[in-house]
Design a protein around this ligand. Structure first.
Ligand SMILES: [Zn+2]
Length: 61
């Protein structure tokens, strides 16, 4: 699984998400940025910032 923790980008935010692939993680993070942080315009460097912070999470299986 791929994991993104919003606190790595927005200090203090405890929201996080995980998905099977980066594209799905980015999609969810963009939604969260709009809803929770008022980022109405998602710039290209924002997507790059998100991708740079996605990390592998060991699966329990
Ligand atoms: Zn957040």
């Amino acid at each position: 699984m791929r994991l993104f923790e919003c606190g790595t980008l927005v200090p203090g935010c405890e929201w996080h998400t995980r998905a099977n692939d980066d594209a799905e993680v980015v999609r969810r993070v963009v939604e969260h940025m709009r809803a929770a942080h008022g980022e109405t315009v998602i710039r290209e460097n924002m997507v790059e910032n998100i991708k740079a912070r996605i990390r592998n999470e060991a699966t329990a299986a």
